[in-house]
Each structure stands twice: as C-alpha cells, then as structure tokens.
Design a protein. Structure first.
Length: 286
C-alpha cells in the first residue's frame, strides 16, 4: 500500500508498509489512543490522496493524543524524509540550482532530514522497549546518515536492521551499508555488500548502480560496464547516473563513439539536471 503516490520513482522502493494496528501503551487514556489511531489513519489516507499538508496536520494530531503512536511517528519520519528528497530533486534534477540558491536549498534538505531522523529515532526506541527491531525505520536512518555524512552511524543502523531475521527487504540494508562503506573508501566491503544486495533483489537498480560505481573506483571497468548495461537495458530503471558513468568509462577506454552515445542519452533522460550539464560538457570535450 503506497501512502504517498507523489513520491519520486527512484525512491519508491524505500517506502514501508505500515498500516499496522497501533499498540496500546500505558500512557494516556484508551480514548486518546483511539483518537490517535483515527488521526493516523486519516493522515495515511491523505498521503495516499496526494494531500501532504493535510496529512501532516492529522499526523501531528495523532502524536498529540498519543506521543508513542509508533505508526504515526514513523509516517511523520517518512513525510519529512521525502520532503527532503523532493527538495534534492529540485536542487539537482529539475533546476540544477547554483550559488546562494543551492546553499539555501541544501540547508532546507538537511533540516527536513534531521526532522525525519528525530521521528525515526523515536520509533526505534519504542520498538526496542517492545523487544522488536524496526528495520524500516533503521534503513531510513541509515540513508539519512549517509546524506549527513555520518557513515559509521549509517553502517550501524543498517547492521541493526539486518539483525531482524524476518526483515524481507534485506537488499535495502545491504545497499545502504555497502554505500556507506564506499563513502568511507572501504571498497572491498562495499563491493561485498552491494553484490549481496543485487543478488537478493536483481531489480534493485540503485544498488546495481552503486556496485558499478565501486567497480569503477577499482578500475574494474568490464565489471562496471556489465552492471551498467543491465540498468540501461531495463526500461523501468531510467537512471541518468548510469548513462553518465558508462560515458566516463568509455572515455577512459578511448572508445569515443560509445562515450558520445551515452553522454547524449544521459542528457535525454533529464535535460534540466546537473548531470545533464556535466554530460554536455563531456560531450563537447570529445
């Protein structure tokens, strides 16, 4: 069930299924718990109807009546996470902001991610008290930590998520952990985790691109091309980054025609993005 139909396609795989019944807690009255659940369900419904502001209002009401409504806290975390994602897309994909505008937009992104982080931290605290592992929230925290360059935290959150043997989306935990290792320069660990991620979910195109990026950094160009070609041939995975990286690899191998073709396709995917500008610069240099 997708509460946020307006979520960007490349991040849709991260959205959790959280229409679970709320647990009764000792704090607050039974009436307040019921009111909290009602507002949570309204908030989730508004998100499904592409009414995010109305949804946020209902979710705030939900945690007002029951500050430990784990479902409402998690959904607020998701709301602010994707607000940040939306602003990243404006910054890098839709407009490619520059100078002061870019700095201010990044500040807004960081503000949203830190707000999301605060709610996810609350959900995992409640889950621990209930002797549960909230893998979905932990994966969001891992990705937020990567964005905020807190790579050791990201690895820790991903590892905790993977400790849950019932967690079905193991590729997400492995993908986040591998990408955090890559950012730390630990390429062997990064390749190990990302290979496992795409083994568990072959359609995990973001993970496959990240694996290709690791291979590229190891100068294993044939391996990188193999992974990137799988992405390029998948119409459900229009990753502009994959075309750019293919172009760079062919450029390094002095295969200029193939480099040119991939830089041109890179521009076609999203002509207003920062990546399109980079691909155009490489194209002109050929």
């Amino acid at each position: 069930m997708k509460h946020r139909a307006f979520i960007q396609d490349e991040f849709r795989w991260m959205f959790p299924l959280i229409f679970a019944s709320v647990a009764c807690v000792s704090s607050g009255t039974e009436k307040n718990i019921q009111l909290s659940q009602t507002h949570f369900l309204l908030g989730a419904d508004y998100l499904n109807k592409k009414m995010p502001e109305a949804a946020k209002e209902e979710l705030f009401k939900s945690i007002h009546f029951n500050p430990e409504n784990k479902n409402a806290l998690q959904l607020l975390g998701v709301y602010f996470f994707f607000e940040g994602v939306h602003k990243i897309n404006i910054l890098e994909r839709e407009q490619c902001l520059k100078a002061t505008a870019a700095v201010e937009q990044r500040q807004e992104v960081n503000k949203d991610f830190r707000e999301a982080e605060s709610y996810f931290l609350k959900t995992i605290t409640i889950a621990k008290r209930e002797q549960q592992i909230d893998s979905e929230s932990l994966i969001y925290l891992a990705n937020i930590s990567i964005h905020l360059k807190k790579f050791d935290d990201a690895i820790r959150y991903a590892q905790q998520a993977l400790e849950n043997v019932l967690y079905a989306s193991r590729h997400l935990g492995l993908g986040a952990q591998g990408w955090a290792y890559f950012q730390k320069g630990q390429l062997r660990e990064a390749a190990r985790d990302l290979r496992q991620a795409v083994y568990h979910e072959p359609k995990f195109c973001v993970g496959r691109f990240r694996l290709a990026k690791v291979y590229f950094s190891q100068n294993a160009y044939d391996d990188a091309i193999r992974e990137l070609t799988k992405i390029a041939e998948d119409s459900t995975c229009p990753l502009q980054e994959a075309r750019q990286l293919l172009g760079l690899i062919y450029l390094k191998r002095h295969e200029m025609q193939l480099a040119l073709e991939n830089f041109q396709k890179c521009k076609e995917i999203s002509s207003t993005s920062c990546l399109a500008e980079e691909c155009q610069r490489y194209e002109k240099s050929l």
